[in-house]
Design a protein around this ligand. Structure first.
Ligand SMILES: *Cc1c(COP(=O)(O)O)cnc(C)c1O
Length: 432
């Protein structure tokens, strides 16, 4: 299937009906464990020597495996591991890269929970972060790289400003320093942007969002480009001998690199973090994400078209101070280079007036839903400083123009004229 294009892969990749009674839809293997058949076969299964056999759904499950393989192909990676949420994908990735301590460079305008984790939680585990205000300030990024630096972490499209990270440049800086570039590509999804084509080494996703697209599952996935060389004293966890990877009978000893080669990173997340910390994705949830993924291209094309129209409407509205949507910045070279199909269905705008006007607007929307999510088939509105970005100190929010008057929209699949009319009447109510 590897020669097929995106729209074919999203339907077929990672699934061979022959292996599943020719079921057309991927079956839901709703089971905690799998029979080991006999003691001889059991030894092979638990040693990972039979790729299509499973023992326990925390270690692997056939429905979840289809989702992992499909994501790896859609994103252009060598393998993927699915987990119970986007935050689990981010946490396991950061820990896997820097579990013996170290520093990571990241921008300060990232997803609220990510920033909270990086600022206040991971330092308790010996992983410290060096933040930059503008991730495309390459002088500042280079300046922060030191002997302890283990990775550069970015969001391809920032939330809620939709600022775009210049991945080619950042990958070059990271690779010159012998460290990987990790990209949270949740906003665009692999349909609008494939970070691996621009040098990224690891992609993390909240598949709760546009990948699934229906707002009915919390889930995450890590995809490995397979290009970064982990055989480096900076990352000893990949080359040290692991008891669990060895062969008791022959006495052979293995490390993640010797056993898995290019797939060392993803297998280490699976065998260490997923198996031992346990944030597994359930088979039923993997099934729902697979169904959502089948329509990703049509959904995102439609959401981009509607978001563009809505951004233009807002830019003309006299009660709107500013629109944040790089999709309408015609001369932005990063849009041209990275997003020929559009930047996505998420945009923000700053309302004139005060907190009362913002509250009245939210309380008067009828088609938009007021809730903290993105990438749903329903259109959503949220006030980030009171919800999704509440954990971010006011000082950092202000630096990025994120005031209490900013509202974030995630555009769904409703009729765009109804969405515009809804916003227009709500704005009018807000200033009545
Ligand atoms: C939602 C989101 C996350 C967290 O994902 P969950 O599935 O909610 O855990 C991480 N990064 C970005 C950019 C997100 O939008």
């Amino acid at each position: 299937m590897t020669t097929n294009k995106f729209d074919t892969l999203r339907i077929h990749a990672g699934y061979d009906p022959k292996d599943h009674q020719f079921a057309s839809s991927v079956p839901i293997y709703q089971t905690a464990a799998f029979g080991l058949e006999n003691t001889r076969i059991a030894d092979q299964i638990v040693a990972g020597k039979l790729p299509n056999r499973y023992d326990y759904s925390r270690d692997g499950n056939p429905t979840v495996r289809v989702f992992e393989k499909r994501m790896a192909e859609l994103d252009g990676g060598v393998d993927a591991v699915a987990v119970g949420s986007g935050m689990a994908a981010i946490s396991y990735t950061i820990l896997n890269v820097a579990e013996n301590g170290g520093r990571i460079i990241a921008p300060s305008n990232i997803y609220g929970s990510s920033l909270d984790e990086f600022r206040t939680f991971f330092p308790k585990f010996g992983i410290d972060f060096d933040f930059v205000d503008d991730i495309n300030d390459f002088v500042a990024v280079r300046h922060l790289i030191g002997s302890e630096t283990k990775a550069i972490y970015v969001e391809s499209v920032a939330n809620p400003s939709t600022e775009i990270a210049d991945l080619d440049k950042l990958a070059e800086i990271a690779h010159n320093a012998g460290i990987p570039l990790i990209v949270d590509n949740t906003f665009p999804t692999p349909y609008l942007l494939k970070p691996f084509e621009h040098g990224a080494d690891i992609d993390v996703y909240s598949s709760t969002k546009g990948i699934n697209g229906h707002g009915n599952v919390v889930s995450g996935v890590v995809v490995d480009h397979g290009t970064f060389n982990w055989d480096n004293p900076k990352f000893p966890q990949f080359s040290e001998l692991e008891f669990t990877l060895g062969d008791e009978e022959t006495g052979a000893q293995e490390s993640f690199i010797s056993k898995f080669g290019k797939k060392a990173f993803i297998n280490r997340i699976r065998i260490k973090y997923l198996r031992l910390l346990g944030a597994v994705l359930e088979p039923m949830d993997a099934y729902l994400v697979l169904i959502g993924l089948e329509t990703i291209s049509e959904r995102l094309d439609r959401e981009v078209a509607s978001a563009t129209k809505i951004a233009k409407f807002l830019a003309r509205n006299s009660h709107v101070k500013k629109v944040f949507y790089s999709g309408i910045e015609k001369d932005n070279p990063l849009v041209k280079k990275y997003f020929p199909r559009g930047v996505g269905g998420i945009l923000s705008f700053e309302l004139k007036g005060n907190a009362r006007n913002v509250a009245k607007l939210i309380d008067h929307v009828q088609v938009f839903s007021y809730l903290p999510n993105i990438g749903d088939s329903r259109s959503l509105i949220v006030n980030p400083t009171r919800t999704t970005h509440r954990e971010i100190p006011a000082k950092i929010r202000k630096q990025h123009g994120l005031t209490d008057q900013v509202l974030r929209l995630s555009i769904g699949l409703e009729d765009v004229d109804d969405l515009i009319n809804d916003l227009e009447q709500a704005i009018n109510q807000a200033f009545k």
